[in-house]
Design a protein around this ligand. Structure first.
Ligand code: ADP
Ligand code: ZN
Ligand code: ZN
Length: 806
């Protein structure tokens, strides 16, 4: 459209440009010509101004080529119709390799290219282009900026400089600098304002002043006494095996994957540290992903104490400035090791030599918003792009990783599993005792704590040791239920069950954040909203309730530390609670799943699980995997030191394979059952799974669009039956005959159906689940179907490839 000029002068090749309009989230790049004058500046990663319709828009160069040929966005375009890039406003913010990764993610996860690209931009973005009133455009650099610090140091001559007797200030300055450079700020703090003295000695060539970049976000990683700094003298046989496998994968230089399948405390982190040491020795860099939750605790300290200043850290609690500085440390090469949550994959490490994903099975590696990528898959792609190895570590590997190692390869890379079944030294795996709550109940006990757990707690107190108790629930009591009709009050805007918070007497919606006062029940009356019964009772125990019971039970000199979402809301609270636990002589740490991971306190001899059934009963095909991971992880907190550890799991379901596997330390009991169930019910890793979510305020419009997408998907897959709006029936309960059934040969479309949460924030929600054979181009089909189905005003679509939440 518009009368924008067409290139008239000579053109030095062409570029693909992604236009950066957040609201439109344009998925496709557009091709432009590169005028002679911009030849040098117009590189991949640069921010440019281009004509777009009648306007000028800002965008990023994502590809460059001499001819239009295969350039993305150039389909059907003739050179004579190509418009020129108007201006290059900022130097490259990302590399060509990063752009390639963005293209791959956009296709794989059916996400707009611009959204994928945003992950790769420096924190604070690459600046923006603003239109002035007179129609001209101006580039505004990012508002997040770096800060510099002035460092003062002695020059070569300065070292032999002797101040005159009465020059006291000069003496002070020389003394302060005798051990090395000091910042002006520090000098002035210690000695009063020395600015004049610094200036005069600078003129005489005694000292120099240098502006240096300050790296915010490097302070205070850990002060826990038990953080291990030095490398062990001797590696275990398992650790040596793992390192050789990693060396072979590195040698192959083709993105090979090593799964380090090691029990908790077997020394996986030591393997990562040793492998990174080797990579650094070759002048290459390394990227380590750990679950967000373990980033505060000891992990970062372990990496920083081993690799010092060369470590950049990314987690969600960094300020914008800190994030930018950590990023620049990486970009400048000052940091060659990055430790962070999933997004750390996108920081600009040059010459990447190793990627590590610790706790590979963790759900937090899957991003919940667009692009809905899985860090494991992106890391595998990145390892291939860089020709480096990918190391996955876990005590409870995902079914996906196990299946790929079983097959030996995946997506052109070799997948190898290395087992580390033992803990180093004298540390042993803890004894696991299952406390059958049915029996406790039958014997008349109404206590939260079973007899075995009470006895074990007594022993811990007597021996002045430490215990960790897991209670993976939040709030005081979880929900209200009508004892007469079974009704659970739900949110008026969503259909989720409301959580009851005792301290505030409120019912809270964890989907939209709405809060309802319960006493005197203005919204719900004083009775059941459905049948009018007055017998609304609390169901389920909250961590606060368990805490109260513990305090009543234990002597006063035993520290009870509660760690859950409520007690760790403020910055640094998490760390402070851990320090309290570390410092206490005899203590019980009670917490939600956040205490299950990564903690390494050698004095912990008892781990208790208040009720394992909450985890087991989640309505999700990964519930077993998650419950197993949770229990195995929390059990792993016990017996990491000299004293043997003990684990007590309270449950009403002692015969579940998950419980039996944790009890015997024999994972195969669980794995066989779990894989059998998934094979039977056609779940990953035997199929690929996608979830297409459609939502809108207008129920009919949303329903119309979801039906249309399902139809288009059928066309795409060559399936005939017309879609019907019917509920998806979940199958695959225990006790079925496994392995008799054929694997999926053609895609299946389930739904469309209303979502489990039918309404959220006043929007009606529908979804389609697609199951596809492993080799199928699921992303391509989804992308084609969704784009053919078109859009409806006010209706949103989210495509989730390799979905976790259905
Ligand atoms: P994981 O990451 O598998 O849970 P870690 O690497 O944290 O295991 O190791 C558990 C504990 O064992 C740590 O305190 C660690 O310092 C120690 N450790 C690891 N490897 C060795 C070894 N080869 N010899 C002695 N101690 C070791
Ligand atoms: Zn009722
Ligand atoms: Zn709600």
């Amino acid at each position: 459209g518009g009368g924008a000029p067409v290139v008239s002068g000579p053109v030095l090749g062409y570029v693909s440009v992604v236009i950066d309009i957040p609201a439109r989230a344009l998925s496709e790049p557009f091709a432009y010509g590169v005028p002679l004058v911009l030849n040098e500046a117009c590189q991949v990663g640069a921010t440019v101004l281009v004509p777009f319709g009648r306007r000028v828009e800002a965008g990023y160069v994502v590809a460059r080529s001499e001819s239009l040929g295969k350039l993305p966005g150039a389909e059907g375009l003739e050179p004579s119709r190509t418009k020129p890039v108007r201006e290059v406003v900022a130097a490259p913010a990302f590399s060509a390799a990063s752009a390639e990764l963005a293209f791959w993610m956009s296709r794989e996860y059916v996400a707009p290219l611009s959204e994928c690209l945003r992950l790769l931009l420096p924190p604070g973005g690459a600046g923006k282009v603003v239109r002035r009133e007179d129609g001209s455009y101006v580039y505004e650099p990012p508002t997040v900026t770096s800060v510099t610090v002035r460092w003062v140091s002695l020059t070569e001559e300065g070292r032999s400089f002797e101040p005159a007797e009465r020059a006291v200030r000069q003496r002070q300055l020389i003394d302060a600098l005798s051990c090395g450079p000091v910042t002006t700020r520090e000098l002035n703090l210690m000695n009063g304002d020395l600015s004049a003295t610094i200036r005069s000695l600078e003129k005489r060539g005694v000292v120099t002043v240098e502006e240096r970049r300050s790296w915010r976000g490097c302070e205070g990683s850990t002060t826990l006494s038990s953080a291990n700094a030095s490398a062990p003298k001797e590696l275990t046989a398992g650790q040596q095996n793992a390192l050789s496998a990693i060396a072979r994968a590195t040698e192959a230089a083709s993105g090979d994957v090593v799964l380090v399948d090691g029990v908790t405390g077997s020394g996986k982190t030591e393997v990562y540290l040793a492998a990174i040491e080797r990579v650094l020795a070759r002048g290459r860099s390394a990227c380590v992903l750990v679950p967000e939750i373990s980033l505060t605790a000891q992990t970062v300290g372990r990496f920083r104490s081993r690799f010092g200043d060369a470590v950049a850290v990314f987690h969600s609690r960094l300020s914008a400035g800190e994030r930018l500085d950590q990023w620049d440390m990486v970009r400048s090469g000052a940091a060659r090791v990055v430790v962070g949550a999933r997004s750390a994959l996108f920081c600009p490490l040059a010459d990447l030599g190793l990627i590590v994903i610790d706790e590979e099975h963790e759900q937090s590696y899957k991003q919940g918003s667009s692009p809905r990528y899985h860090a494991r898959e992106v890391a595998a792609k990145l390892a291939q792009l860089h020709g480096c190895a990918l190391v996955l570590g876990s005590a409870t590997p995902s079914a996906e990783a196990l299946a790929r190692c079983e097959a030996g390869s995946h997506g052109g890379a070799r997948w190898t599993r290395v087992e580390m079944p033992e803990r180093p030294g004298t540390a042993r795996l803890p004894e696991v005792i299952v406390a059958d709550l049915r029996r406790e109940f039958a014997s008349g006990s109404r206590s939260i704590f079973s007899k075995p757990l009470l006895d074990a707690l007594d022993e811990v107190v007597e021996r002045r040791q430490k215990a960790v108790l897991l209670h993976n629930r939040r709030g005081f009591a979880s929900f209200l239920m009508c004892r007469e009709c079974g009704c659970v009050p739900t949110c008026k805007h969503c259909s989720t069950a409301l959580t009851y918070h005792e301290r505030t007497h409120t019912l809270e919606c964890h989907t939209c954040g709405s809060s309802y006062r319960v006493r005197p029940y203005p919204e719900y009356g004083s009775a059941c909203p459905k049948c009018g019964s007055r017998y609304l009772a609390k169901m389920g125990l909250g961590t606060q309730q368990v805490e109260d019971a513990l305090r009543a039970l234990l002597p006063e000199d035993v520290a009870v530390i509660r760690m859950d979402a409520d007690s760790t809301r403020t910055k640094g609270a998490h760390q402070k609670l851990l320090e309290q636990f570390d410092a206490a002589e005899c203590a019980v740490l009670l917490g939600t799943q956040m205490i299950a991971k990564g903690l390494d306190f050698p004095e912990v001899t008892l781990v208790g699980v208040i009720n394992a059934d909450y985890a087991l009963k989640m309505p999700d095909f990964r519930a077993g995997e998650r419950a197993f991971d949770l229990l195995e992880q929390v059990a792993g907190r016990a017996g990491r030191g000299e004293d043997p550890g003990r684990v007590i799991i309270q449950t009403y379901l002692p015969d579940e394979p998950v419980i039996r596997a944790v009890k015997t330390h024999d994972r195969s009991v669980f794995t066989e059952h779990d894989l059998g169930m998934r094979r039977e019910a056609l779940y990953p890793p035997y199929v690929r799974l996608a979830n297409v979510l459609v939502w809108g305020k207008d129920e009919r419009a949303a329903r119309g669009l979801v039906m249309r997408i399902a139809e288009e998907l059928r066309v795409e897959f060559g399936l005939d039956a017309a879609p019907m709006l019917h509920p998806v029936v979940e199958t695959g309960s225990a006790g079925v005959e496994f392995s008799s059934r054929e694997l999926l040969s053609r895609p299946q479309i389930l739904g469309p159906t209303p979502c489990v949460i039918e309404r959220a924030k006043d929007r009606y929600r529908f979804h389609i689940i697609v199951k596809a054979p492993l080799g199928c181009d699921l992303s391509g089909a989804l992308s084609a179907a969704v784009s053919r189905a078109g859009t409806r005003p006010g209706v949103s679509i989210a495509v989730d490839v390799d979905a976790y939440d259905l």
